[in-house]
Structures are given as structure tokens and as C-alpha cells.
Write a protein that binds this ligand. Structure first.
Ligand code: ASP
Length: 308
């Protein structure tokens, strides 16, 4: 079966309003989203796989300091960066993920390596760092991930004596979902987590079925938001299950599951791609950095909820 390819990306959701963002931040984020869409679209336009496309798009966002993933990741309470990422292939539900890694320039590619070159799904901490070095992934000095703005956010949190979860909930996790011309879907997500996190805290992003999920029988999903609630709801799998067992459209399924997140006190957003090429996004927040591109010629980025 041949379908028209489609790609959706996000760069995090939260209290993102025209009043909060400076014109420079707005323009910088739009440029970064546009570059990621272009990278992922190029793969799909050449007949490449959804898996390659989501990895390509997420790598661009990881390297962009505007987003909380890779370079520009938020700081832990101890002033380090601990990165989480996942990738999943809807063809066979193969998946790989990493949590709390500190040395790999592009954690999404490390997650893919876990999927393809190990018998495991999830590797964490120093073991995952070692796996990365042993398998020759590009290593980065800790200074590569640091930005002044993320340091300022940590300092603000520490001086207010606040907990990681009192922060202003401007998430910056990145993700991508795609459907390729063969009708296969894939999802990828990458994040620094939340500012001021401690005790080895891990969010939903690297947890298959929570922040990341892909199944050709249903759809591919990548999430951003209050990770603990997304884990409890099992957002990625829940959206896919509603499509698979209840026959819901992906927009209805995404809206319904995010309403459940909201009911439990969570906030955030999600992007979805189905094997028929349909795409959707949904958010409970004032904004979500996002973009969509299709084989039919759409190429669009948006930030604020009212941008449609
Ligand atoms: N969901 C991520 C986490 O809880 C945070 C985010 O979306 O920015 O780690």
C-alpha cells in the first residue's frame, strides 16, 4: 500500500504565550522547528522510513539550544544534565530507550542503538553511558549541553527553594511521529526532563507506552508534559488502544486521553500519526512548539494554541 507520507514534530508544551516569549525566542523556536521538519521531510520525500525520519528530526531539535533536549537540556538540582530518549518502530513494535545519560550528543540515536544493537529496550545511567562509548556513538563534553538560560532557570528554582514540580511548566521536550509512504509509523522523544529533578528521577519520555509509542495497527505517539501523570495514564499506549479497539479517530483519541491527564492534575501535549497518513496534535496548555509536513506539500510550524 502506498500512502502520502506525513510528519509531526513537537518541541514541548506549557505556559507559552505571546506575552511570555520574546520575539527572538519566538523566531528562534520557529526556525528550529522548521529545520527539524525539513530534515525529517527530506527522508520521507526520498522514500525513506518513518523510523529514519523521526530520528533525523529529533537530532536537529536535540542540537538546537532552544529546546530541552540534548544541547539546551534543563539542569538537575546538582547542576548536571541527565538525558532521556526513546524511539519505536510501528512495523514490529521494536523499541529502544535510554534514561539519565550524560555523555551522548544525540540521545535519540543512542536509543536507536539500544533497539538495534542490544537485546534490551531500556538502559539507564552509567551503564547506558558505557554502552554508548563502547558502541562508538558521538560523545560530548558536559559543557556541550549547558546553556545560560537553563542555568538561570535552575538558579531561580533553587533561590525560591521550590521543588522541580513548582517550576513554571514550560516544557521543552522534543519529539516526532511519522507515517512513511509504505504506511509504517514511528515515534521518537528526547528530553532533559524537568529543571531541578533529583534522585535519578525519570519521566515519561523514555518509557514505552507512556511518552513514546508506535504500532502500525494503530498509530505513533510522542508526548510532552507533566511526566508523572503521563506515566500513570500510559498516554501513548492509551491513545493507540482507543484507536485500535474502539475505532476512534486519532484526534478524538488524543483529546480524550489528554482530558484524562488534565483530570489527574497534569498538563501537556501530544502528537499522533496514523498508518493512513492522518496526523493530529492536542494540548491542554496555552501553547506547544510544533510543526507538520506532508507529501501533499504542507509545511507549517506553530507555537500558540490558537494557531490551529
Ligand atoms: N515529559 C517530560 C518529563 O516529564 C518533560 C517535558 O515534556 O518537557 O520528563
Amino acid at each position: 500500500m502506498s500512502v502520502s507520507w506525513s510528519l509531526v514534530i513537537h518541541g514541548g508544551a506549557g505556559r507559552i504565550t505571546r506575552e511570555v516569549l520574546t520575539p527572538e525566542q519566538d523566531a528562534g523556536a520557529r526556525a528550529g522547528l522548521g529545520a527539524a521538519l525539513t530534515a525529517g521531510s527530506a527522508v520521507l520525500a526520498e522514500g525513506g522510513t518513518a523510523l529514519d525520519a523521526v530520528e533525523a528530526a529529533v537530532r536537529v531539535l536535540e542540537d538546537d539550544p532552544h529546546f530541552n533536549a540534548g544541547r539546551g537540556a534543563c539542569f538537575t538540582r546538582e547542576g548536571t544534565n541527565e538525558l532521556d530518549a526513546a524511539i519505536m518502530d510501528g512495523r514490529d513494535r521494536c523499541a529502544g530507550s535510554v534514561a539519565g545519560v550524560t555523555r551522548t550528543r544525540n540521545p535519540v540515536s543512542l536509543a536507536r542503538h539500544v533497539m538495534e544493537a542490544s537485546p534490551h529496550v531500556l538502559l539507564a545511567g552509567s551503564g547506558a553511558d558505557r554502552f554508548s562509548a563502547e558502541h562508538g556513538l558521538e560523545q560530548a563534553d558536559s559543557s556541550w549541553f549547558h546553556t545560560d538560560e537553563r542555568r538561570r532557570q535552575l538558579d531561580e528554582l533553587l533561590s525560591a527553594d521550590a521543588d522541580a514540580f513548582d517550576s513554571d511548566m514550560k516544557y521543552g521536550t522534543v519529539g516526532a511521529v511519522a507515517c512513511d509512504a509504505q504506511g509504517h509509523v514511528a515515534a521518537a522523544t528526547s528530553t532533559g526532563g524537568v529543571t531541578g529533578k533529583r534522585w535519578g528521577r525519570i519521566g515519561d519520555s523514555p518509557l514505552i507506552g507512556a511518552g513514546t509509542y508506535a504500532d502500525d495497527r494503530a498509530c505513533a505517539v510522542s508526548c510532552t508534559g507533566s511526566g508523572e501523570v503521563f506515566i500513570r495514564v500510559g498516554v501513548g499506549h492509551e491513545i493507540a488502544a482507543r484507536r485500535r479497539f474502539a475505532g476512534e479517530g486519532i484526534q478524538t483519541a488524543a483529546d480524550t486521553v489528554l482530558a484524562e491527564v488534565k483530570e489527574l492534575g497534569g498538563t501537556g501535549g501530544t502528537i499522533v500519526a496514523a498508518p493512513d497518513g492522518a496526523i493530529a496534535w492536542s494540548m491542554t496548555t496555552a501553547g506547544m512548539y510544533r510543526g507538520r509536513a506532508t507529501g501533499a506539500g504542507e509545511h507549517r510550524v506553530a507555537i500558540y494554541a490558537d494557531e490551529g
